[in-house]
Design a protein around this ligand. Structure first.
Ligand code: NAP
Length: 250
């Protein structure tokens, strides 16, 4: 694939799809990375898996206060004199939260991490004062659960539906300079997926059932991220691509 010189901020890079994305992107010599996640030890593991490249940097950060995170990103970039050309938002949380047990704090936290942090970090990255006009590509990681319900996942499903509405508006608002797309993964193994399948009694059906191609791997999502960031995707914006082994086809 063809890439221009790009520094990519990847949230959720300490695990699962975000980690696989970082490892995939690190194969491209034109790409350098800002790896973000909460757990610094896990972020370092990702950096090692990426080949311990000196040009890649870590940004350990909690995202449950989205606008505080946006300000922290500004300070981080300015202190290191870094600019960012692409943003991949993989950070997410999906605690089981049936409505009858829902509390405001957890419900807000899901929205902050899954949706508002994408908006707040993007706001920083389009700031001329912080990032000049360097940002050109955004990929947001949604979920097939923006389209299909699951017991105990009301707030998660809503957060992903919000992300998808947001992406279409941003494609209009930030185009033509910035291309904004999203990916809707089906189930792939990760810490999040493990936590959910361990409580399969609360899911609508057995997770693997219904995947024509079987369950995928985080690398299957990472390939699509790489494509959307590449020059080959230069005429694609405002779209959400389902990558789910056939789950949504029936
Ligand atoms: N796996 C699936 O089947 C699947 C399907 C559809 C969509 N997705 C989406 O894919 C994305 C990645 O999920 P995953 O499956 O790779 O799960 P994962 O392995 O649990 O990774 C989640 C990532 O989000 C970060 N994160 C969680 N809460 C955070 C917070 N409060 N502040 C900052 N970072 C936080 C984690 O950081 P720490 O490691 O530091 O905790 C981790 O890097 C999510 O948006 C998820 O909704 C996953």
């Amino acid at each position: 694939m063809e890439f221009s010189q790009t520094r990519v901020l990847v949230t959720g890079a300490s695990s699962g799809i975000g980690r696989a994305t970082a490892v995939r992107l690190a194969k491209e010599r034109e790409i350098t990375l800002i790896l973000s996640g909460r757990d610094e030890a896990r972020l370092r593991e990702t950096w090692t898996l990426c080949g311990e490249r000196a040009e890649d940097v870590l940004w350990p950060r909690e995202l449950d206060n989205a606008w505080a995170a946006g300000e922290a990103l500004q300070e981080f970039l300015q202190a290191r004199q870094l600019s960012v050309q692409a943003f991949v938002h993989c950070a997410g949380m999906a605690p089981l939260l049936p409505l009858r047990l829902a509390d405001a704090e957890t419900a807000h936290r899901i929205m902050e991490v899954n949706f508002f942090s994408a908006a707040a970090l993007l706001e920083t990255l389009i700031s001329r004062h912080v990032n000049r006009k360097e940002l050109t590509r955004v990929v947001l990681i949604s979920s097939v659960q923006s389209q299909i319900g699951a017991k105990g996942q009301g707030f998660y499903c809503a957060s992903k539906a919000a992300l998808e509405g947001f992406l279409r508006a941003m494609a209009e608002e930030l185009g033509p300079r910035v291309r904004v797309n999203a990916i809707r993964p089906g189930a792939v193994p990760s810490r999040m997926a493990d936590e959910l399948t361990a409580r399969a009694d609360l899911l609508t059906k057995d997770v693997a059932e219904g995947y024509t191609l079987g369950l995928g791997m985080p690398e299957d999502i990472a390939s699509m991220v790489a494509f959307l960031l590449s020059e080959e995707a230069r005429w694609i914006t405002g779209q959400c691509f389902t990558v789910d082994g056939g789950r949504m086809a029936h």
